[in-house]
Design a protein around this ligand. Structure first.
Ligand SMILES: Nc1nc2c(ncn2[C@@H]2O[C@H](COP(=O)(O)OP(=O)(O)OP(=O)(O)O)[C@@H](O)[C@H]2O)c(=O)[nH]1
Ligand SMILES: [Mg+2]
Length: 235
């Protein structure tokens, strides 16, 4: 099954080239990477264009402004679907998600999962260099989400995922309005509610070493209020 990795970037100049070269080593013939850049002030978009000229598995989707991960991914999904991708992956461009784990996500989807979640909190999953506070926040967010949504998922806030195309085709993507972590939760919950099979595969998650995190208090708070609303079926 032909896969397209959607790779959202905002100010990832130091990570983009090493990431694309690492992905070159794990992708199969026909697989693609779609960089979705939101007009990064640091020139990531121009760098992406130069790399796309050199690497024929890379394309770039330029968006005018930063609107958060959610809208960037939705635009990427639409482009990947129009291009005929059978598997559509989400992945961060900061090396928190290891290129070496990509083949296992793809394999789980080819094995019959509708949605594959890279999971830090199943047996074999790991979190690298996070401090205690960040670990507790992440764990707490997982428990909070499960409390309301009961998807049977151990790591519902992660952003390393693989969807079979029929899942994205059948969900009402226009109605997805979440932007940050809530976007990850919302997509998985919509898939769960539609009866799709969600499988978690263990990943090793590491903190970025280059560039800056875009996580903010607003992104965390958005997840806090949106999760209970999702359960009520409202968005
Ligand atoms: N196109 C686009 N990409 C974004 C946006 N916000 C974040 N990203 C990218 O999404 C990926 C994840 O963002 P991070 O800043 O690492 O945020 P995070 O992983 O939620 O937070 P940390 O765990 O602190 O790193 C990175 O590749 C970012 O460059 C955005 O608004 N638009
Ligand atoms: Mg990150």
């Amino acid at each position: 099954m032909r896969a397209t990795i959607c790779l959202p970037t905002y100010d990832e100049r130091d990570n983009l080239e090493p990431m694309l070269r690492a992905l070159a080593g794990v992708l199969r013939a026909g697989d693609r990477v779609l960089v979705v850049d939101d007009n990064s002030p640091d020139g990531t978009g121009e760098l992406a264009d130069r790399l796309a000229d050199e690497l024929d598995f890379v394309s770039v989707l330029h968006r005018e402004r930063k609107e958060g991960l959610g809208p960037a991914y939705l635009a990427g999904f639409r482009t990947a679907l129009a291009d005929g991708a059978e598997l559509i992956l989400e992945m961060d461009c900061d090396f928190s998600h290891a290129p070496a784990d990509v083949p296992r996500l793809i394999a789980a989807a080819e094995d019959g999962a509708d949605v594959v979640l890279g999971s830090r909190y199943v047996t074999g999953g790991r979190v690298g260099s996070w401090g205690t506070l960040r670990r507790w926040i992440s764990r707490g967010a997982s428990y909070y989400t499960e409390l309301f949504l009961q998807m049977g998922v151990k790591d519902p806030t992660g952003g390393f995922k693989c969807f079979r195309r029929h899942v994205l085709e059948s969900l009402d993507l226009d109605a997805v309005t979440a932007r940050g972590y809530a976007f990850q939760i919302e997509l998985s919950y919509l898939a769960h509610r539609a009866g799709f099979r969600i499988v978690e595969v263990p990943i090793t998650f590491d903190e970025r070493t280059e560039g800056r995190s875009k996580m903010s208090r607003a992104i965390v708070l958005e997840a806090v209020w949106r999760v209970p609303l999702l359960r009520l079926g409202r968005r």
